[in-house]
Design a binder for this molecule. Structure first.
Ligand SMILES: NC(=O)c1ccc[n+]([C@@H]2O[C@H](COP(=O)([O-])OP(=O)(O)OC[C@H]3O[C@@H](n4cnc5c(N)ncnc54)[C@H](OP(=O)(O)O)[C@@H]3O)[C@@H](O)[C@H]2O)c1
Length: 203
């Protein structure tokens, strides 16, 4: 295994990484955009630089990596592009407002790529985990950014993603846990959902 440590929040992260891998003779047939973080505060309490870093990592790096790899991935006989979104991408997330919006972007962007690449050998999937036991909550400086939900293991998230890719027809996205929230967001009035989310996340 080759490990290359990079700050993906830097501009052109995707193109730079692909060039470096290929200079070592490594050509990918799969890309998993997993790196990301969130912060848990009202916007007035957020550090503007941290917000910029979050957008750079959660959105810009993910787009740049996807763009850098889409041509080789579509040229391969069989390939995979997984973008890690979130259950929080389905509705507004007061007190995690920027994080939730970055994940709504990832979900929308990835579902668009799913359609653009249907009928090719590339399977595109947005993975939308609910609360998961990782260091995410330390990075967010929050024990409660999970909205009180029971956390599943990362293994469960990975297993669900891989099982979904194994289906005869890969859907645009998969929710690995916490599906009732996504369903509620689909059917309840937006105003009700945003107030519920705000009440759950207020510190
Ligand atoms: N945990 C949850 O409840 C949850 C729910 C839904 C979605 N997600 C999403 O799942 C993904 C993985 O997060 P996680 O839960 O596993 O949290 P985590 O344990 O904090 O892992 C975050 C990962 O992102 C990497 N990363 C952070 N900043 C980076 C940067 N500037 N450049 C390169 N890599 C960077 C970290 O690398 P280092 O370890 O080297 O810093 C680490 O591998 C994220 O996109 C997150 O938004 C998590």
């Amino acid at each position: 295994m080759t490990v290359i440590a990079r700050d993906l929040g830097q501009p052109d992260a995707g193109r730079t990484l692909r060039a470096e891998l290929e200079s070592r003779g490594i050509y990918a047939t799969g890309l998993v955009n997993n790196a990301g973080f969130g912060t848990h505060n009202a916007l007035t309490d957020e550090d503007p630089d941290r917000l910029q870093s979050m957008i750079a990592l959660n959105i810009s790096a993910l787009v740049d990596l996807s763009r850098a790899y889409i041509d080789p991935l579509t040229s391969a006989d069989t390939s995979v592009l997984i973008n890690v979104a979130s259950l929080l991408g389905f509705q507004p997330t007061p007190y995690l407002s920027v994080y939730g919006a970055t994940k709504a972007f990832v979900l929308s962007f990835t579902e668009s790529l799913w359609e653009e690449n249907r009928g090719t050998g590339l399977r595109v999937l947005a993975v939308c985990p609910g609360a998961t036991k990782t260091e995410f909550y330390d990075a967010a400086d929050s024990e409660t950014a999970d909205y009180g939900a029971k956390r599943v293991t990362p293994q469960h998230v990975v297993r669900t993603a891989l099982d979904t890719l194994d289906r005869r027809s890969t859907p645009p996205s998969v929710i690995t846990n916490g599906r009732p929230l996504a369903l509620a967001s689909k059917f309840l009035p937006r105003r009700l959902i945003v107030r519920f989310m705000g009440r759950m996340a207020r510190r």
